[in-house]
Design a protein around this ligand. Structure first.
Ligand code: ADP
Ligand code: MG
Length: 470
C-alpha cells in the first residue's frame, strides 16, 4: 500500500496544486516538506518537515487538510483518512482527528477572530480571496513577507492607484501571520488615524506622559506593523517624527513593517529625506490595474461570494448570459477594482429586486441608469481639472504656489461650489486648505475672471462638459 502511495505522491501533489490553484511559494513552504510516512487500513500519515515546525503544521491542518485529503483520495481512487505529524511524533492513535473535541476547534476560531479584530484587521482580506492575475510580483512578495516577517524584505512598500488592492494585500499579510503564528502580534493602522492619535496626544497643552508612553508602546511592541496610505504623512512633521522613531526601533528588532501608498516613496512630497530613505530600504512593489482576464476572474470570484456560480460553459444558456454581463462590466470598468465590484453589486442587487435574470442588456441598463445619477464629487472635480490642466491631483491638493497650480486649484474651488452640496469646510479639506474663506475667495476670483476673460470662460465650459456630459 505504502509503495502505491509513494509512487503516486508526485501526481497527488500536482493535482492538489492545480486543483486548488496553490501559489508556488505557499506550495514550497508548506506542501513540498510533507513526506509520506505510512498508508495502512485506509489511513494515510504524512510528516511535515518544514522549518516552521508546529505552527506550520497547525496552519496546514487548518487550511489545507481537506484539500489534501480529497486530492489523495481522488488520485488513489479510495476514500482515505489523513493524519499529518511532526518528525518527532510517535505513531499516533488512528482516530486522533475524530477525538479532537469540536469545541476546541471552535474556540481556536474565536481566539483568532479576537486577535484579528484587536489587530484592526478585516478577516475578509486574505491571500485566498486575492485574484493574482497580472499582480503576481506584488502578491508573491507580500506572501513571502507574510511567511517570514522581518526576515526577507523590510520594509515592504506597496504602491499603486486607488482601488487596486493595496489595502487588501496589506491586510492579507496581517491575517496570514496571525493564522500561522498563534503568538504573533500584528497591528494595522491608517496613516490618517495614526496622525489623529499624534495630534490628539502630542498636541495637547497638558501632556500626559503615561498616555504618550502607552501610545508609543502600542506601536513598538508588535511583530508586524501595517501602515496604510502613508502618502498622507506629507507635510505632517510630528507624525513623521513618530513614524521615524517607531520604524527604527522595529527595524532594529527585525520586526516587519509594511507601508502602502498611492505613489512611490520618492514622490511623496513634504517629507523628511531620512524617511524616504527608510521607505526605500527594503523592497518596493507596485500594484497595477488588472488586465481583462484578471478583471473577469475578480468578477467571477465576487459573483461566487454573492452566491452566483459562473463557469466557462457557453452552452448553458443562463450561464452564458451572466458571462456576457460580466464581460460587459470587465470591458467598461477598467481601472479600479472597487468600481468593478461595485458595478457587479449593483447589477446583482437590481436583478434580485426586479426578479430579472442577469444578462448583458440588463447590465447595460442598470449601469447606465446608475451612471447618470452619479453625483459629482469634489474628488471627481479635482481629478478632472488635474487631467485637463496636466497637473497631478496631488499638486492641486498641495501647498505649491506656482501660477498654473494655484489657478487649477481655484478652478476646483469654483466647480466644487457649483456642482457639489459640500460645505466650504469640506471643500477646504479636500484641497488641503486650512481656512474655508480661501474657498470663497477662489470661487469669486474665477467668477470674476469668467466675466472678464472669454478664454477662461471657455475653459470652465469645457470642464463643465467633462464633468457633466449631458
Ligand atoms: P486600495 O487600497 O488599493 O485602494 P483595496 O485594497 O481597498 O484598494 O481594494 C478595493 C476593493 O477591490 C476591495 O474590496 C478588494 O477586496 C478588491 N480587490 C482589489 N484587488 C483585488 C484582487 N486582485 N482580487 C480580489 N479583490 C480585489
Ligand atoms: Mg486602501
Amino acid at each position: 500500500m505504502l509503495d502505491i502511495l509513494e509512487k503516486k505522491w508526485p501526481e497527488i501533489l500536482d493535482f492538489f496544486k492545480k486543483e486548488y490553484d496553490i501559489q508556488d511559494i505557499t506550495f514550497e513552504t508548506f506542501i513540498l516538506p510533507l513526506n509520506v510516512k505510512s498508508y495502512k487500513n485506509g489511513l494515510v500519515q504524512l510528516v511535515f518537515t518544514g522549518n516552521s515546525g508546529n505552527s506550520g503544521l497547525q496552519y496546514i491542518n487548518k487550511r489545507y487538510f481537506d484539500f489534501l485529503k480529497i486530492s489523495i483520495s481522488i488520485i488513489l481512487g479510495e476514500d482515505i483518512d489523513l493524519q499529518i505529524l511532526l518528525p518527532g511524533d510517535s505513531a499516533l492513535d488512528e482516530d486522533i482527528e475524530e477525538t479532537k473535541p469540536v469545541s476546541s476547534i471552535d474556540s481556536e476560531d474565536i481566539i483568532l477572530d479576537k486577535r484579528i479584530s484587536e489587530s484592526h484587521l478585516d478577516k475578509k482580506y486574505t491571500f485566498d480571496s486575492f485574484v493574482v492575475g497580472n499582480n503576481a510580483v506584488a502578491q508573491a512578495t507580500s506572501l513571502a513577507v507574510a511567511d517570514a516577517p522581518g526576515e526577507v524584505h523590510n520594509p515592504l512598500f506597496i504602491y499603486g492607484g486607488v482601488g487596486l488592492g493595496k489595502t487588501h494585500l496589506m491586510q492579507s499579510i496581517g491575517n496570514f501571520v496571525l493564522k500561522a503564528d498563534p503568538k504573533a502580534k500584528v497591528l494595522y493602522t491608517t496613516t490618517e488615524s495614526f496622525t489623529n492619535e499624534v495630534i490628539d496626544l502630542l498636541g495637547r497643552q497638558k501632556k500626559n506622559q503615561d498616555e504618550i508612553i502607552e501610545f508609543r508602546n502600542k506601536y513598538r511592541n508588535v511583530d508586524v506593523l501595517l501602515i496604510d496610505d502613508i502618502q498622507f504623512i506629507s507635510g505632517k512633521e510630528r507624525t513623521q517624527e513618530e513614524i521615524f522613531n517607531i520604524f527604527n526601533e522595529l527595524f532594529l528588532k527585525h520586526k516587519q513593517i509594511v507601508f502602502t501608498s498611492d505613489r512611490k516613496p520618492n514622490e511623496i512630497e513634504d517629507i523628511a529625506d531620512r524617511l524616504t530613505t527608510r521607505f526605500q530600504q527594503g523592497i518596493t512593489v507596485d500594484i497595477q490595474s488588472p488586465d481583462y482576464e484578471t478583471r473577469m476572474a475578480i468578477l467571477k470570484n465576487h459573483a461566487l461570494s454573492q452566491g452566483i456560480k459562473v463557469t466557462d460553459d457557453r452552452d448553458d444558456f443562463e450561464n452564458n448570459n451572466i458571462l456576457e454581463a460580466l464581460d460587459y462590466i470587465a470591458s467598461n470598468f477598467v481601472t479600479n477594482v472597487r468600481e468593478l465590484e461595485g458595478s457587479l453589486n449593483n447589477v446583482i442587487a437590481f436583478s434580485k429586486i426586479n426578479r430579472v435574470p442577469i444578462t448583458k442588456e440588463f447590465a447595460i441598463d442598470t449601469l447606465k441608469v446608475d451612471n447618470s445619477e452619479e453625483k459629482i464629487t469634489c474628488q471627481t472635480i479635482i481629478n478632472t481639472v488635474a487631467e485637463h490642466c496636466q497637473i497631478s491631483p496631488a499638486d492641486i491638493c498641495s501647498k505649491k504656489r506656482s501660477q498654473d497650480i494655484a489657478f487649477a486649484r481655484q478652478i476646483c474651488m469654483y466647480l466644487c461650489r457649483v456642482y457639489t452640496d459640500e460645505k466650504l469646510e469640506t471643500i477646504a479639506k479636500y484641497l488641503k486648505k486650512k481656512n474655508h474663506a480661501t474657498i470663497s475667495y477662489g470661487y469669486n476670483e474665477i467668477k470674476k475672471a469668467m466675466e472678464n476673460d472669454a478664454s477662461i470662460k471657455a475653459t470652465i465650459d469645457i470642464l463643465k462638459k467633462k464633468l457633466n456630459p449631458k
